[in-house]
Design a protein around this ligand. Structure first.
Ligand SMILES: *[C@@H]1O[C@H](CO)[C@@H](O)[C@H](O)[C@H]1NC(C)=O
Length: 194
């Protein structure tokens, strides 16, 4: 797999599969300690995450990861799906926004469906455990409920960007189409690498 795609996959996996935490009380990034996640969009956003759990804490790269997740969308999610990511790292107690370099960091992606096609070329089976549970890895995603039972992943030892080291991270992703917000997810996690 291409290095950038591998990194994206690891980041997405690390970002998506973190343990359930206080997802009700809205907290600023400066108050988040360890793992937490919340839907950060409007109450009537069509796409929402309902559950998310992962271990261990901190997430280790390389290393094993156990995760489960559940989400729902009331509309079909299809190309082009705009995705705006904001990635922040805690440096000496201050949250610093990481710029978009080489398509990694706080980036605006015109179509998340393209990213998925980079991770798994169309025509190939979806990677495990998605394949086993019949969870799609390409657009379109039909309206409905999606759930991933507790599964084991291995995050490979990849060539990480220099800034992606041990520490606390916050990633916020906003998904939209035709100028309308579809969903917003914010996750904070601790990372241990190397
Ligand atoms: C992403 O950011 C751009 C520029 O700020 C904005 O025009 C666009 O609406 C945003 N898209 C989403 C899905 O938030």
């Amino acid at each position: 797999m291409e290095r950038r795609a591998a990194l994206l996959l690891s980041l997405c996996t690390a970002a998506l599969f973190v343990p359930r935490a206080a997802s009700t009380a809205p907290r600023g990034p400066t108050q988040i300690v360890g793992f937490a996640w919340k839907n950060c969009g409007a109450a009537d956003d069509p796409a929402v995450l309902k559950a998310l759990e992962v271990s261990p804490d901190p997430v280790s790269i390389p290393g094993d990861l156990t995760a489960s997740a559940a989400g729902t969308t009331s509309v079909e999610l299809d190309t082009p799906l705009a995705l705006n990511l904001t990635l922040e790292k805690e440096v000496a107690g201050i949250w610093v926004k990481i710029p978009c370099v080489d398509e990694i960091g706080s980036c605006e992606y015109p179509d998340a469906c393209d990213l998925l096609d980079q991770l798994t070329p169309p025509g190939q089976d979806c990677p495990e455990p998605l394949h086993t549970y019949g969870i799609p890895c390409h657009c379109p995603f039909k309206a409905g409920d999606y759930s991933l039972p507790q599964s084991d992943f291995y995050l490979p030892d990849i060539d990480l960007p220099f800034w992606l080291t041990n520490g606390n991270y916050m990633v916020k992703g906003i998904l939209g189409r035709d100028g309308k917000e579809l969903g917003c997810l914010q996750v904070s996690l601790r990372l241990h690498s190397g």
